[in-house]
Structures are given as structure tokens and as C-alpha cells.
Design a protein around this ligand. Structure first.
Ligand code: AMP
Length: 299
């Protein structure tokens, strides 16, 4: 396939985040009437808007080059031993820092399950049967797995299973269904997925597009939580500042007109700056503190 084509989720937990991320890369999608195909003009990339369950298959069968999915789907794909026609090794090309959640085993709040070993002989409902089977085997637990494609959280209430294994983000769904987390299977976030050999693309123009796309994504993702911080501080307090601000090994230091000891400091923090950090900066005598978001960051 000559065109660079990317599959993204049409509607669901990751669709809004995917479109937002692409927009920050200056990739504005013009969606066709069919609501299935989209194009953008800057890099000339085609997008397929599909169900997230279909994305990995579209990449494995060369219909698309890349896709944006939850890492949870990639874990499930890799854990499955079933022979799937055209099954290729798919890899995480880049973590995208949104859609953060975890796959967890949860049980009814009032049940007697306390630890993973208590699940021997229990029935667990999940949409991730292969990843769960892999996890149970690693933990030497023999349980029955029931596959469900939606509303997994209802399984214990309707008598289908003793426990569930599902994605948890805020934990509200578990709480609403009187469930509590027993153990985490793995963490997940949205990732850019591709075929293992995507770097060996022969077509020069397509290869160039891939390089430009990845550079843009990398820059936007690197900037995602990063902040540009400006403040005034006594020059003697620089070491204390370095302890408070992560990634502030070599800050820019500028002199301040009319001041001998006080300097202006500019620094990029690759982590979000919360109020408690600002309070700590105040406590070492920092003033005129400005915290600015960074849109793009090319290293
Ligand atoms: P929450 O109530 O915020 O813990 O979200 C849990 C519900 O949202 C469950 O039904 C999950 O299957 C679903 N969910 C949460 N995060 C994601 C995600 N990143 N991708 C897909 N489904 C998710």
C-alpha cells in the first residue's frame, strides 16, 4: 500500500484524544461522508475510522501502516496463541501519554476474596481472556474465564462470574457496581502501534512521511506534561531549586537589572508542576513564578 494510512478509533474512549493529538501535530482530518475515511493535506496521510477491536488486524494485514490503540489490546493480541491468518509481530512504536488506565481483577466488595490465590476455581468474566489467562498462569492460579464483549462489570451481579477483569481508569464504574480491585494485571495507555519492520519501508516518499509523522508525534508527546518555568531566586539557592524541580540540571540563569544576588531562572520541567511544587519554590524564596505550558518540544 503506497499511501501512509493510520487506523484510529471511530468512537470510544480514545477517539477524542487521538484527534486532539493529531491536531497538535498539525494534522487536521477531513472526514468523508461515509464517516469511515479521513484525509489530511499537510503530510498527505489517510486515516481509517474504525472499531478499536479492528485496528490491530488492519495493521497486521497491511491495510494500514499504524494505528492508535490502548496498549491493553496489544497485550491481548500478543497473549493470544490462536493462529490468525497473516498474524505479524506488532510493536509499540510510541507511547502517547493519554488514555491511561489499568487492567485489573475486581471482586464484589463483600466477597471473601483477599488475594489472587483465592481465585483458584473461581469464574472471572473479561474482554481480555488471553491476557488474563497469561496472568493467571504466571501467578499459578487455575480459574475459569468467561469472555464478554461489554458490560463486564455486571457479571457478578447477574451470576455470570465471581470476579471480573476489566479496564479501570477513575474507578467510578467499579464503585457504582459495588466492586473492589483485588489486583492489577498491567497498566495501559494509548500507543502508536506498527508492524515490527515498519522502519524497512522501501518507498522513499512514504518513508519520509513516516519520519515526519513520528518526529511530530514525539515532539507533541514530549511536551504533553512539560512546563516552562520562570522565576526569580537568590543565586545561592540554586541547589535547593534543583532538588525541587525535576529535570532542572542546567537552568538558564539571567541577571536582573539592579540586583546583585537575585537572578531570573528559566527551566523546562518534563513533568507537570503542581501547586505543592510552587509552594516549595515559594518556601525557598522564589518570586515572580510563571508556569507556562509547552506546545511542542524538539530535542
Ligand atoms: P472508570 O469508571 O473511569 O474506572 O472507567 C472504567 C470503564 O471505562 C470500564 O468500562 C472500562 O472498560 C472503560 N475504560 C476506561 N478507560 C479506558 C480506556 N483507556 N480504553 C478503553 N476503555 C476504557
Amino acid at each position: 500500500m503506497k499511501n501512509l494510512r493510520i487506523a484510529i478509533q471511530k468512537s470510544g474512549k480514545l477517539s477524542e484524544g487521538s484527534l486532539k493529538l493529531l491536531k497538535k501535530c498539525d494534522l487536521n482530518l477531513r472526514i468523508s461522508k461515509s464517516n469511515f475515511l479521513a484525509k489530511e493535506n499537510k503530510l498527505g496521510i489517510e486515516f481509517l475510522l474504525v472499531r478499536d477491536d479492528d485496528i490491530l488486524g488492519l495493521i497486521a494485514t497491511h491495510v494500514c501502516d499504524f494505528g492508535i490503540v490502548g496498549e491493553n489490546l496489544l497485550h491481548e493480541y500478543r497473549s493470544s496463541k490462536e493462529p490468525v491468518q497473516g498474524r505479524l509481530e506488532l510493536i509499540t512504536v510510541m507511547p502517547l501519554k493519554f488514555g491511561e488506565c489499568r487492567l485489573s481483577i475486581a471482586v464484589p466488595k463483600k466477597s471473601s476474596f483477599k488475594q489472587i490465590g483465592d481465585l483458584n476455581d473461581a469464574t472471572i468474566a473479561t474482554s481480555y481472556p488471553h491476557a488474563l489467562a497469561h496472568f493467571l498462569t504466571n501467578n499459578k492460579v487455575k480459574a475459569n474465564i468467561v469472555s464478554m464483549h461489554g458490560s463486564v462489570e455486571l457479571a457478578p451481579r447477574i451470576g455470570v462470574a465471581d470476579a471480573i477483569c476489566d479496564l479501570v481508569a477513575s474507578g467510578v464504574t467499579l464503585a457504582e457496581n459495588n466492586l473492589r480491585e483485588l489486583t492489577k494485571v498491567f497498566d495501559s495507555q494509548a500507543v502508536l502501534v506498527g508492524r515490527k519492520n515498519y522502519e524497512q519501508e522501501k518507498d522513499r516518499i512514504k518513508n519520509e512521511k513516516i519520519e515526519r509523522l513520528l518526529a511530530r508525534l514525539e515532539s507533541v508527546v514530549a511536551a504533553a506534561n512539560s512546563k516552562y518555568i520562570m522565576l526569580h531566586l537568590d543565586i545561592k539557592k540554586i541547589d535547593e531549586l534543583k532538588k525541587i524541580l525535576p529535570g532542572c540540571e542546567s537552568p538558564t540563569i539571567l541577571s536582573l537589572e539592579g540586583s546583585k544576588n537575585r537572578v531570573a531562572i528559566h527551566v523546562v520541567s518534563e513533568e507537570d508542576v503542581f501547586w505543592d511544587t510552587i509552594e516549595k519554590l515559594k518556601s525557598i524564596g522564589a518570586s515572580s513564578i510563571l508556569v507556562l505550558p509547552i506546545e511542542k518540544m524538539m530535542k
